[in-house]
Write a protein that binds this ligand. Sequence first.
Ligand SMILES: NC(=O)c1ccc[n+]([C@@H]2O[C@H](COP(=O)([O-])OP(=O)(O)OC[C@H]3O[C@@H](n4cnc5c(N)ncnc54)[C@H](O)[C@@H]3O)[C@@H](O)[C@H]2O)c1
Ligand SMILES: [Zn+2]
Ligand SMILES: [Zn+2]
Length: 393
Amino acid sequence: MKALTYHGAKNVKVDNVPDPELAHSDDIILKVTATAICGSDLHIYRGKIPGMEHGDILGHEFMGVVEDAGSGVTNLRKGDRVVIPFVIACGQCYYCNKKLFAGCESTNPQTGTMDGRGAILNKKSATSGAGLFGYSHLYGGYSGGQAEYVRVPKANVGPIKVPDALADEQVLFLSDILPTGYQAAVNAQLGPGSSVAIFGAGPVGLMSALSARFLGADKIFMVDHHDYRLKFAQETYGVIPINFDEDEDPAQTILKATQNHGVDACIDAVGFEAKGSALETTLATLKLEGSSGKVLRQCIAATRRGGVISVPGVYAGFIHGFLFGDAFEKGLIFKTGQTHAQLYMPELLEHIGNGKMKPEVIITHRMTLADAAAGYKIFNDKEEDCRKVVLVP
Ligand SMILES: NC(=O)c1ccc[n+]([C@@H]2O[C@H](COP(=O)([O-])OP(=O)(O)OC[C@H]3O[C@@H](n4cnc5c(N)ncnc54)[C@H](O)[C@@H]3O)[C@@H](O)[C@H]2O)c1
Ligand SMILES: [Zn+2]
Ligand SMILES: [Zn+2]
């Protein structure tokens, strides 16, 4: 079959690889009908995620049709049309029982790099979090879904059936960015009348804005430096755009616009590769800094006392200049982490079905899997006003 494979930084290509096979009784083989490129894939593309090996198949946002099912699969049959959450969860462990699916402690065998510590620096004897599709050997080394076929483990827990009346594009983002934006907005404790500032106008920032509006938020600021993304968010979700190339202190602007209180919550939909100062870029290049602290500092400054900082953006390692004293003084709440996708998919599917959520409007590029390498470049380099790329095998 054909699949998009990793061969080093900025070097991905579609290769012929062996077809996947059932390995456990609760696996399915999925024939992929649509898959997207996620901002998280860009961290891999830029060579920033350790534990990638030559030939690894990328992709964690995908859907398709069940091609084959193991004997232990109880609720799916060949021919069923399903969306697959990017998180692989067993449904039965300590964390799955708490519905913290991204914490599933039985799907990441920890064969990753970094001395078996996985993604946590001070891990001690803590268990590892869930395995993820196509996301390096730190996260279990599972083959991803930017392929014609993919093995989906734990098929009794993850895949969600979708009605024929909904097109692939309408439901595809249930796999990742829609639950991610929704969890970010729920974690931000948004409700009718809330104010929020969203940093990052990429797909996750846009799904956060959609969700903030859905939950009744009143004032939504959005910070980025790509005018075409900000303009789309302004037209679609009514955000107040702030371009940080023109306004070098967005947090101060947000404070001034809120009687110097700040917003009820900030959402960091950028993560560890946030564009920061020249000093931060140098520290990151020398690996003296794990993550850019630029956006988190802005979030702490722009949030009102007692407010929430919700972080869907991915972070890694340590940050200099993380002003935890400021956060303490303001009594801030932090909510972070990978999305517990399985938890939100059923309710979000309903909202898509009844027309209250239209995540597909952010799609700008529809390409074939064969053109996936070009899709990565366009999305990474923000060419052609790209917001989101969908690939069809
Ligand atoms: N928590 C999860 O489970 C989960 C799921 C999906 C994606 N993510 C993460 O969410 C983040 C965003 O993903 P995306 O698909 O929107 O990616 P993206 O790269 O398309 O968007 C990021 C945006 O942030 C902007 N940006 C960069 N520096 C900034 C700064 N200093 N201030 C404000 N904006 C800045 C960029 O211009 C870009 O538009 C990534 O870190 C991704 O890995 C997390
Ligand atoms: Zn993702
Ligand atoms: Zn589990």
